[in-house]
Design a binder for this molecule. Structure first.
Ligand code: B3K
Ligand code: ZN
Length: 883
């Protein structure tokens, strides 16, 4: 396998101006004709024209209408090279044959439940036809699709439908034209038996856009929330960024078999079913929120990704980090900002921090890859979004908007780099951000240490900051980075102090906002060590640091426990209230883990219980915020912070705290469950979601007691639930404890929902993530369950992915969890390398565990890497994990 490096980037030798595709869809084979207008990329270019291709049968090549003799080109399993292309502009016609029905990789053209569908990002277009498959080759496309009218009544591609009609032999055709230049990864084709929900949106300039969501007929009723989400996204992008949709038609297609969540193909987005289909009975609030976010995300790509795209795949975060940031903001504006921020930061901590600290650590712009598909990561996406967020933190909403405007003004229709985005942001704000670009090139999560001191005599409050970016594979030494640290000072009554001036770097800066006092300032921390001194501070404050989580770092401050309890109760920054509680919980968990390891009796600190009780009893706090604030940090997050991760200890401690809290707060928890019931019809609005979130969180606590009265209560909730959010939460509560009640409830649920494969996936995930003893065997059995299908990524992510995400069973000390995964990865790799590679990643952090576990996990990785015919996808992850 060949490694590809960012530093080797070269412009393409040839440009493609127009691409006219023709598909003859058939049950056994599909014929693809591609006519390309080629022009030289550089003056006087005469180099061979190398095209990518994979799993293609070449039927013919013509240059300027003449068939090319076989000595004029070479073909290998990955390329077709035209040895001496004509000088200047020429036409090229290539005919290939492909076999979508045999394509289980779900990349290129494939079949899903009988329909045809494509996925081209990152490098799937080469499985359709020979092409310069790289994002900086942008062309205008037409696409003519021909197929059986009964089998494939609907024929879709990008852009506008300009012609359609019947053909002989029961066939028909459709001709699509996309007026916008695009890279081939945004090409899409869908054909099959689908029906649509149609609606429309009138844009800010008064154009009426037809919106269609295509699904199998029986699912149409479940598309209303997706349609609502799409219209909200279109409106939001106009209001917040001034971005208007640019065609008269926007299609979304639902496909059960899809590797990723969804894909932003120009005007023809493709989604996996669970991110479109929802009804109150069968989808949870979490599903509704995910649909809103992902529909928004793919729609927002129309500007950030499609109109302005990436020069090369190393720049992926240019479109993904930015678009994740945009979807996060969209969801915040439609829901509750603090709660959304908490969810996003939790995700970063649970998944991205471990990646950044392991063998797969890479900068948000990777320096090299073997398979690009392996770099659609939480680092590129979520950390990338944090980097975009930092521009907004520094320049404010209006400065950020100016930067975005300039970015589009400069680069519409281009394939560009992360530096281009940085330059637009800085130029629009007349700013220079020293060391900020390091965020794009250095991997690893920086740790920032903060020590504070107060001098009563001079009324000065000092914060001394130092930063450390840890070594990561290939990057032993790191430079300091530009880190925006948002800070407020809280006085002894719990109020924010007005901030008047600050001294740093030999300069005094006066702080005010047009004469109004300010309460939060953003420190621009850009050296290894720096001191910031606040002036005119009348009493010793408690600093509220990194408000809103203003940078993706680990913060290590000298705040005392009593400072943290004070912030938990008083901080005006709600995010930091939650954060104070989390820091306290982490400290508590660490000290109990130590006790557990030394076989001491575990006991819960009463201050902690009182702190959570106060939050739980609050009538002023948002209910969803309360639910988040009483939730303990995840096991993964704690293990990630230990020198040797100990899954048994962390699990035992987390279970102990949960139970103990449930015991001590039982009355409050019961009250929260009963007072948050509602008989109203399901609504996905913030108040209802928040009410259910609090009720369900409390029910989960109570169920951990495993006492007859709470089991009775949970059973009751399960039976009386009128929506999936509450029904599933009750099922999850009941299934915490092994025994007959659990078995009966799981069986009852399956019997109720076996016709709905999306609900069945949840049922798989619930069991897969369970930490009941001996769960490896249960999951193994579920692999053979008639509803499970290794070819469906969603089911694999639910069952196998879920299992790997649950520390106890996956890390079973006898190695049974590792062995299970090792076998499954090899099986999966034959079917779908992208999915297999996502699963094998669960092994990557094997060095974090004790020696016994290390040896067992390593043996599986070695077994995998030595297997015959391994895909490059799995090979790259296994290789890096073992390095
Ligand atoms: N851009 C796609 C990801 C495609 C991944 C291909 N391996 C989805 C998204 O981020 O919007
Ligand atoms: Zn995206």
């Amino acid at each position: 396998p060949k490694e590809i490096f960012l530093k080797d980037y070269k412009k393409p030798d040839y440009l493609f101006d127009t691409v006219d595709l023709e598909f003859q869809l058939g049950d056994e084979k599909t014929m693809v004709t591609s006519k390309i207008a080629v022009s030289p990329g550089n003056e006087g270019n005469s180099s061979p024209l190398t095209l990518h291709g994979c799993d293609l049968k070449l039927l013919s090549i013509k240059i300027n209408g003449t068939e090319l003799k076989s000595d004029k080109y070479t073909v290998d399993p990955r390329h077709l090279t035209i040895l001496t292309p004509p000088a200047g502009v020429f036409n090229m016609e290539i005919v290939t044959e492909i076999y979508p029905q045999l394509n289980t990789s779900l990349e290129g053209l494939y079949r899903s439940t009988g329909n045809f569908c494509t996925q081209c990002e990152a490098e799937g277009f080469r499985k359709i036809t020979y092409f310069q498959d790289r994002p900086d080759v942008m062309a205008k496309y037409t696409c003519r699709i021909e197929g059986d009218k009964t089998l494939y009544p609907v024929l879709l591609s990008n852009g506008n439908l300009i012609e359609q009609g019947d053909l002989e032999g029961g066939k028909h055709y459709a001709l699509w034209e996309d007026p916008f230049k695009k890279p081939c990864y945004l090409f899409a084709l869908v054909a099959g038996q689908l029906e649509c929900r149609e609606d429309s949106f009138v844009t800010c300039s008064g154009r009426k856009v037809t919106l269609r969501i295509w699904t199998p007929a029986q699912d149409l009723p479940k598309t209303s929330h997706a349609m609502y989400s799409l219209k909200e996204a279109m409106k939001w992008d106009e209001e917040v960024f001034g971005l208007e949709y640019d065609l008269d038609l926007f299609n979304i297609v639902v496909v059960p078999d899809f590797n990723m969540g969804a894909m932003e193909n120009k005007s023809l987005n493709v989604f996996q079913s669970r991110l479109v289909l929802a009804s109150p009975e069968a989808a949870t609030d979490g599903d509704y929120a995910a649909i809103l976010g992902v529909i928004g995300h793919e729609y927002f790509h129309n500007w950030t990704g499609n109109r302005v795209t990436c020069r090369d795949w190393f720049q992926l975060t240019l479109k993904e980090g930015l678009t994740v940031f945009r979807d996060q903001e969209f969801s915040s504006d439609l829901g509750c900002r603090t709660v959304k921020r908490i969810a996003d930061v939790s995700k970063l901590r649970s998944y991205q921090f471990p990646q950044d600290a392991g063998p797969m650590a890479h900068p948000i712009r990777p320096l090299s890859y073997i398979k690009m598909d392996n770099f659609y990561t939480v680092t590129v996406y979520e950390k990338g979004a944090e980097v975009v967020r930092m521009y907004k933190t520094m320049f404010g909403a209006s400065g950020f908007r100016k930067g975005m405007d300039l970015y589009f003004q400069r680069h519409d229709g281009q394939a560009v780099t992360c530096e281009d985005f940085y330059a637009a942001m800085c130029d629009a704000n007349n700013a220079h951000l020293p060391n900020f670009l390091q965020w794009y090139s250095q991997a690893g999560t920086p740790t920032v240490k903060v020590t504070s001191s107060y001098d009563e005599g001079s009324q000065a409050f000092s914060l001394k900051l130092s930063q450390e970016v840890p070594p990561t594979p290939g990057q032993p030494m790191k430079e300091p980075m530009f880190i925006p640290v948002a800070v407020g000072l809280v006085d002894s009554t719990g109020k924010d102090m007005p901030l008047t001036s600050i001294y740093s770097d030999g300069m005094v800066q006066t702080l005010s906002n047009d004469g109004h006092p300010i309460f939060t300032t953003v420190l621009q921390f850009k050296k290894k060590e720096e001191e910031f001194i606040f002036k005119n501070v009348p009493e010793r404050p408690v600093p509220s640091l990194l408000r809103g989580y203003s940078a993706p770092i680990r913060l290590d401050s000298d705040l005392t426990e009593s400072d943290l309890y004070f912030l938990l109760a008083n901080d005006s920054d709600e995010f930091n209230r939650w954060e104070a509680g989390q820091i306290l919980a982490r400290k508590l968990m660490f000290s109990l883990v130590a006790d557990f390891q030394q076989q001491k009796t575990l006991a819960l600190n009463t201050k902690f219980v009182d702190g959570l009780r106060a939050i739980l009893q609050s009538t002023s706090l948002d209910k969803e915020f309360i639910a988040k604030a009483i939730t303990l940090p995840g096991q993964g997050e704690i293990m990630d912070m230990m020198s040797i991760a100990d899954p048994d200890a962390v699990h035992a401690v987390r279970t102990f705290i949960k139970k103990e809290l449930a015991f001590q707060l039982k009355d409050d928890l019961l009250a929260a469950v009963t007072s948050n019931r509602s008989s109203e019809a399901y609504a996905f609005d913030h108040d209802s979601v928040a009410r259910r979130a609090l009720k369900n969180t409390c029910l989960a606590y109570l169920a951990s007691l495993n006492e007859p009265d709470v089991t009775e209560l949970a059973l009751n909730e399960y039976k009386s639930a009128t929506n999936m959010t509450e029904q599933f939460a009750a099922l999850a509560a009941l299934s915490q404890n092994p025994g007959q009640v659990r078995e009966d409830a799981l069986l009852d649920f399956y019997n109720k929902w076996q016709q709905d494969y999306l609900v069945v996936s949840k049922w798989f995930a619930l069991q897969a993530t369970s930490d009941i003893p001996g769960n490896v065997v249960n999951v193994q059995k579920l692999l053979a369950h008639p509803a499970f299908d290794m070819r469906n990524p969603n089911k694999v992510y639910s069952l196998i992915g879920g299992f790997c995400g649950s520390p106890v069973s996956f890390h079973a000390k006898d190695g049974s969890g590792y062995k299970f995964l090792g076998e499954v990865v090899l099986q999966l790799d034959k079917i779908n390398p992208q999915v297999a590679s996502r699963m094998v990643s669960a092994f990557s952090r094997w060095r974090r565990y004790d020696e016994t576990r290390q040896a067992l996990a390593k043996a599986q990785l070695e077994m995998i890497i030595s297997a015959n015919g391994l895909s490059e996808n799995v090979y790259e992850i296994a290789l890096k994990s073992l390095a």
